[in-house]
Every structure is written in structure tokens, then in C-alpha cells.
Design a protein around this ligand. Structure first.
Ligand SMILES: CC(C)(COP(=O)(O)OP(=O)(O)OC[C@H]1O[C@@H](n2cnc3c(N)ncnc32)[C@H](O)[C@@H]1OP(=O)(O)O)[C@@H](O)C(=O)NCCC(=O)NCCS
Length: 204
């Protein structure tokens, strides 16, 4: 995985060192942009909302949420990709987080780059996760030069699995795994893995 992937923003070739919080991506309805201090409060609210976090092993407090936002932002410098803050222009300056990361735990499919998403509950059911993820996949395969991007979730997380399937990602039961951070007695222990290769994304 490249640590110095070139970025393209506003028509200029730049590197992660030039854009420490990452580039800005625009889709039809969304802006995926670098994190701002004022995102931390709505991000903490989302991370404290049980409707959002019940598929994510529970809610987290403000300090843990702020630390997660900082890690997402710093990832762009470290890896050349990360999770963006998602803005709905003219409607809401922050509706959630979405992007690419290097999972920080042992699993049979590692090393890998993952795509993931978490949106505030009021913004579900509008296609925003899928729309933002398409831009993040374009970025991952083109600007960051990745060969494969994976995604994983608890087996019962039907909404997240539906996003993966709409993106053309495919699962194989032989890739199913137990999440080492949760342990076999946890209700979210059983996870499914979806994969997408660059040639399949480009040839879709
Ligand atoms: C996972 C998550 C981001 C998915 O959100 P979502 O709203 O289901 O997914 P999308 O944003 O892609 O929206 C798809 C829905 O919008 C609908 N939709 C409405 N208007 C649309 C439009 N203009 N374009 C596309 N879809 C539209 C689709 O029909 C679909 O509806 P359905 O779910 O009834 O089939 C959200 O449930 C979440 O944040 N969950 C908690 C965090 C989590 O579990 N993250 C994943 C961890 S691996």
C-alpha cells in the first residue's frame, strides 16, 4: 500500500504532506472534506447515539470520539488516505464520516485497506453512504493506487452489507471471521468480509 500516494484536488497534483487533512472530494450531493474542530461535537453526538452504534460494539464518549476524529484526519498524512468528514452542502455541515483506513487488529485478510462509513441517523435512507463511498473508491483506486479495497461488518448489519453490495463488493463465506477485539461471546463477533479489486471497479 503506498504511503505517499499523489492526490488530485482542484486540478493540482499534490502530496499528503501538502494536504495534511486530505483532499476535498465532491459528489452530486455531498462534500467529503478535511476535518474541522466544529465537526467534533456532531461526531460525538453520532457516536453516542445507540441507533448508530448498536452495530459498532456500542457508543463511545466524547474523548474517544475526538481521538477517533483525530486518527481519521492524521491517516491522510500517514497513508495517503483516510476517513473524510461528510458535508451536505446547504443542509448540514457535518452528517458523518466515511473513507479508507488500515484496520488496527489482526485478521486473516490482513494486510488490507478497508472502506467504511457511519452517518447520523437522520441522514440514513437517502443514498448518501453509497454515493460518498463511490467517490472514496475512485480515490482509493486512482489517487492512492490501491489494488484491492475490503469492507467488513457484523454479519447482521444488513444496512452496511447493502451498501457493500450496491458498490459491487462481493463476500465469500470462506472469508468470514471472528472479530478478535470482541471475543466469541459478543453478539457482534461474527463478521463478514467483502472485497473489491481495482479492475472490477473500473470495469463495472
Ligand atoms: C451503514 C449506514 C451508513 C448505511 O446507511 P443507509 O442509509 O442504509 O445507506 P445509504 O446512505 O446508501 O442509503 C441507501 C438507502 O437510501 C435510499 N435512497 C433514498 N433516496 C436515494 C437516492 N436519491 N439515491 C440512492 N438511494 C436513495 C435507498 O433506496 C436505500 O434505501 P433502503 O435502505 O430502504 O434500501 C448507516 O446505517 C449507519 O451509519 N449505520 C451505523 C454505522 C455502521 O454500522 N457502519 C458500518 C460499520 S461496518
Amino acid at each position: 500500500m503506498p504511503g505517499t500516494a499523489g492526490h488530485r484536488d482542484a486540478g493540482t497534483d499534490v502530496t499528503p504532506a501538502d494536504l495534511p487533512g486530505g483532499p476535498t472530494l465532491r459528489t452530486e450531493r455531498l462534500i467529503l472534506r478535511p476535518w474541522r474542530a466544529e465537526d467534533r461535537e456532531p461526531f460525538a453526538a453520532l457516536n453516542a447515539d445507540d441507533r448508530v452504534t448498536r452495530t459498532l460494539a456500542g457508543s463511545i464518549n466524547r474523548a474517544a470520539s475526538d481521538a477517533m476524529a483525530a486518527r481519521f484526519s492524521e491517516s491522510f498524512t500517514q497513508h495517503g488516505f483516510g476517513y473524510w468528514a461528510v458535508e451536505l452542502p446547504g443542509v448540514a455541515p457535518f452528517i458523518g464520516a466515511l473513507g479508507l483506513s488500515v484496520p488496527g487488529f489482526d485478521a486473516p485478510f490482513m494486510p488490507a485497506v478497508e472502506i467504511g462509513w457511519r452517518l447520523a441517523f437522520d441522514h440514513w435512507g437517502k443514498g448518501y453512504a453509497t454515493e460518498g463511498a463511490r467517490a472514496a473508491l475512485d480515490y482509493g483506486f486512482d489517487a492512492a493506487g490501491l489494488e484491492e479495497i475490503v469492507s467488513f461488518t457484523a454479519a447482521g448489519n444488513t444496512r452496511s452489507r447493502a451498501v457493500m453490495e450496491r458498490l459491487g463488493m462481493r463476500s465469500d463465506p470462506k472469508d468470514d471471521f471472528g472479530h478478535v477485539r470482541l471475543g466469541p461471546d459478543h453478539p457482534l463477533y461474527h463478521h463478514v468480509l467483502y472485497r473489491l479489486r481495482r479492475e472490477d471497479w473500473r470495469g463495472r
